[in-house]
Design a protein around this ligand. Structure first.
Ligand code: HEM
Length: 430
């Protein structure tokens, strides 16, 4: 899962002109109140509290890092879209395994511009054979779990003391297990080598998907090194795994707690797709209500609650001076619940995304996949995967709450469910 701002020092900012970042004071009750809100109620309550106190722009320190949070759609547009290439191209400095520093999520400036064309190839998922659904001990499953359960305390330590990286390296302490990372690099490399062998004139009859072909020719197409290319392949697996599974889980939870929406969705699926027939791309794309349910579920509980860009040169926008090195954060989860942009935001209403509903969606207040040139490259692939899974599941099962379902859902300060989400699947009558 993507981790957003980790708060330690809270400060106030004037809504216009230079936003002042006041140093954290142990004696300041304001800071402690907000810190308590952050740790107990989580990022949404924290952002909402700050927003109520300071308006659309406020500042804080993530340990040593100044962060400016902006909730004004015009400023968001400037940061994520208009000035993306000139000022706000990059994210936070990558912390941790140097192996991943050339992945698309971390690369900077002109190195980003090249891999960005990868958008065209996101559908090329890697057909590495795995049996992780049926076999929890499948090596792929074991290694991805090790990587996703990365050590948060090391990340926090490095945010406070970036210079500790070499010290930890010497002690062989790592955020992500390098053995597991190497495991993935090796299977992707093996897959690439096999693909290139298939391409050789000695095996003219072997056919590879054109998209996979593009992906494994990135070194030639975009002049990426082999390591850079393998990193993109790895990050696609890594960035797409937890995000997609969390989003599907939230979606099922929202359907179970909103049986009317579930029924409307099942009626749409039943009317459009025969039960035992294979599902085509056109079938799922045609399901309008399913699309609305996914949009609404990702508004209601966005998997990534905050996105960020780093300001690479001191600039002035909308009357605010943003110093070089400042992180600009967009409070996605708060914007998705802001009554300025949504009618009854606390209600799960897929109808609001119906084009004929008359309710307009402000594109700068809705960004479950981020926004602008640096948004999620896996978006279309993820939506398609989710649609396929949901259709297949709901053709045969209804999803309901049970005695162990926690209602309402409680999210931790890391924006993850405090308790496991438990639902029951009831077979549908044939
Ligand atoms: C429902 C599932 C997913 C969600 C909610 C999600 C969400 C996001 C968000 C919010 C960002 C940051 C965008 C920004 O900063 O503006 C992002 C970036 C990214 N995502 Fe996803 N994502 C999902 C699935 C995937 C999948 C399946 C892949 C790969 C196939 C993927 C690959 C990436 C990559 C490579 C980036 C970095 C893009 C860049 O730096 O240019 N994501 N994602």
């Amino acid at each position: 899962m993507h981790i957003s701002s980790l708060f330690i020092q809270c400060v106030s900012g004037s809504p216009s002109h230079t936003v002042k970042m006041f140093p954290f004071s142990l004696l300041s009750p304001t800071n402690w109140t907000l810190l308590a809100v952050f740790l107990t109620l989580g990022i949404l309550a924290f952002d909402s509290e700050c927003h109520a106190k300071y308006g659309d722009v406020w500042g804080l320190f993530d340990f040593r890092q100044p962060v400016l949070i902006v909730a004004d759609p015009e400023i968001i547009k400037t940061v994520l879209v208009k000035e993306c290439y000139s000022v706000f191209t990059n994210r936070r400095e990558a912390i941790g395994d140097p192996c991943l520093k050339d992945a698309i999520t971390n690369v900077k400036d002109e190195r980003f511009v090249a891999p960005y064309s990868l958008d065209a190839v996101t559908s090329a998922s890697f057909s590495v054979e795995a049996n992780s659904i049926n076999d929890p001990d499948d090596p792929i499953n074991v290694h991805i779990k090790k990587i996703l359960n990365f050590k948060m305390w090391i990340l926090l330590l490095l945010m406070m003391f970036p210079f500790a990286e070499n010290f930890l390296k010497a002690l062989k302490i790592e955020i992500m297990p390098s053995l597991s990372l190497k495991y993935f690099y090796n299977i992707i490399k093996r897959f690439k080598d096999e693909h290139q062998a298939e391409e050789s004139p000695r095996q003219p009859n072997v056919k590879t998907s054109p998209l996979v072909k593009v992906f494994f020719n990135l070194d030639v197409l975009l002049r990426l090194t082999e390591h850079e290319m393998l990193s993109q392949a790895f990050i696609f697996i890594f960035a797409g795994t937890d995000t997609t599974s969390f989003t599907i889980t939230y979606l099922l939870y929202n359907l179970a707690t909103n049986p009317d929406a579930l029924q409307t969705l099942q009626e749409e699926i039943d009317a459009s797709i025969p039960r035992d027939a294979p599902i085509s791309y056109e079938d799922v794309i045609g399901l309008q209500y399913l699309d609305q349910v996914i949009c609404e579920s990702m508004r209601f509980i966005p998997t990534v609650p905050r996105i960020e860009r780093r300001c690479k040169k001191t600039s002035q926008f909308h009357g605010i001076t943003i110093p070089e090195g400042t992180m600009v954060g967009i409070p996605v989860s708060m914007l998705h619940m802001d009554p300025r942009f949504w009618r009854s935001p606390e209600l799960f209403r897929p109808e609001r995304f119906n084009k004929d509903s008359g309710e307009e969606v402000n594109p700068y207040a809705y960004m479950p996949f981020g926004l602008g040139p640096r948004n999620c490259v896996g978006m279309r692939y993820a939506v398609l995967t989710m649609k396929m899974v949901i259709v297949r599941l709901l053709q045969d099962y209804s999803v309901e709450t049970c005695k162990d379902t926690v209602i309402p859902l409680e999210l931790s300060w890391m924006f993850q469910p405090k308790q496991p989400i438990k639902l029951q699947f009831v077979p549908r009558k044939q």
